[in-house]
Design a protein around this ligand. Structure first.
Ligand code: ATP
Length: 293
C-alpha cells in the first residue's frame, strides 16, 4: 500500500520578534498561513530501515532529513518494527522561509500512522511535532494560525480564504539562524502587535490594503540585499493588496484579487528570478491524495 500526501508551504502574514530568551531561542508573535504550493510525499511500508528518496540537490536523504527524523520518532513512540520508504517530490524552495522541511515532517507524522494502521492521539502528534521544530505543530493543522512562544503556542484564526498569492524566491538561500543573529537583539524587547479583535476583523476582509504586513526580519534582510529590496518595492507597487518577505526570507510574496493581476506582476519580474508560484491559500497543512494498493 502507498499513502500519498501533499505537504503545503506557509507564508508569514505577520512576524514580530519579541525578545531573545536565555536558552538562545527567540520569542515571536507570528501569523502563519498555508498556501497551495506543496511537496508530495509517497510512503510505502517496508520491513527494513527507514529510507528517503529525493532527487533535489539541496535536500539530504540521510538521518538529518526531517522526514527521517519524524519517522524515527514515531517508530520509537509506537514501538513499531516496520520501517518506511518515503519518496519526496520537492517543489517548495529549500531554506527559503516557506517552511518546507517542517511541512514534510508534519506530513510524515500524519501519514505514517495511516500507513501502519495505527491510531495515535492528537496530543502525541503535537508533542512529537514540537520536538522536531518550532513550525512543525502549525503544519499538523495548517490554515491560518497565530503562533506565540517560539511559534508553537497556536491559536486558530479564520481568514476569508480569498486572495491570489504570488510567491517569488531568488536563487540563493538564507540561513534562518544567521538572519536572527543579524537582529542583534541583546536585551531588546518588542511589544506584541496583534490585537486579536482587530486582526480577526482584518482577516475576515482579507486581502485588504489595511493589513499591516509586518515582518521584523525584513529589517535585517532587505537592507543587505538591494536586488531583493527592489523586487519587494516592485511587488508592493504592482496592484497587490500587500507584499512581504516570508519568515526569514529570502522568499517574497504578494496577494492580489485575481489570477490575472498576479500573472501580470509575475511577467514584470526579471526572468533571472529562480522560482515563482501563483495560487490560493489553503485551510489545511497536510492533504491526503489517495489511498491504494
Ligand atoms: P523555515 O521557514 O522553517 O526556517 P525554511 O523554509 O527556511 O524553513 P527548509 O526548506 O525547511 O527551510 O530547509 C532548511 C534546511 O533543512 C535545508 O537547508 C535542508 O538541508 C534541511 N532539510 C532537512 N529536511 C528537509 C526536507 N524534508 N526538506 C527540505 N529541507 C530539509
Amino acid at each position: 500500500m502507498i499513502v500519498r500526501v501533499k505537504a503545503h508551504a506557509k507564508v508569514n502574514l505577520h512576524l514580530e520578534v519579541l525578545r531573545k530568551r536565555e536558552d538562545g531561542y527567540h520569542e515571536v508573535e507570528t501569523i502563519l498561513q498555508t498556501i497551495g504550493l506543496h511537496d508530495t510525499l509517497s510512503l510505502r511500508a517496508t520491513k527494513g530501515p527507514t529510507h528517503i528518496i529525493c532527487s533535489h540537490p539541496k535536500v539530504p536523504t540521510d538521518r538529518t532529513n526531517l522526514c527521517h527524523q519524524a519517522a524515527r520518532l514515531l517508530q520509537k513512540r509506537l514501538g513499531e518494527r516496520r520501517g518506511v520508504e518515503i519518496t519526496l517530490e520537492k517543489r517548495i524552495p529549500v531554506a527559503a522561509g516557506l517552511g518546507g522541511g517542517s511541512a514534510d515532517a508534519a506530513a510524515v507524522l500524519l501519514a505514517l500512522p495511516r500507513l501502519w494502521g495505527r491510531d495515535v492521539d492528537e496530543d502525541v502528534l503535537f508533542e512529537l511535532a514540537r520536538r522536531l521544530g518550532a513550525d512543525v505543530p502549525f503544519f499538523l493543522k495548517g490554515g491560518t494560525q497565530l503562533g506565540r512562544g517560539i511559534g508553537d503556542e497556536l491559536t486558530p484564526l479564520y481568514a476569508s480564504g480569498k486572495g491570489v498569492y504570488l510567491v517569488v524566491t531568488p536563487a540563493w538561500e538564507l540561513s534562518t539562524a544567521k538572519v536572527y543573529e543579524g537582529l542583534k537583539m541583546g536585551l531588546t524587547r518588542h511589544g506584541p502587535k496583534v490585537n486579536l479583535q482587530n486582526y480577526k476583523a482584518l482577516l475576515s476582509r482579507f486581502p485588504d490594503r489595511a493589513w499591516p504586513g509586518f515582518n521584523r526580519l525584513a529589517d535585517v534582510v532587505l537592507p543587505a540585499q538591494p536586488d531583493l529590496h527592489r523586487l519587494y518595492l516592485h511587488l508592493k507597487e504592482s496592484g497587490s493588496h500587500l507584499a512581504m518577505m516570508s519568515g526569514s526570507g529570502p522568499s517574497l510574496f504578494a496577494v492580489y484579487s485575481t489570477v490575472e493581476e498576479a500573472e501580470q506582476a509575475r511577467q514584470e519580474i526579471s526572468p533571472a528570478t529562480a522560482f515563482t508560484w501563483i495560487g490560493p491559500s489553503t485551510r489545511v497543512g497536510v492533504e491526503f491524495e489517495q489511498r491504494g494498493e
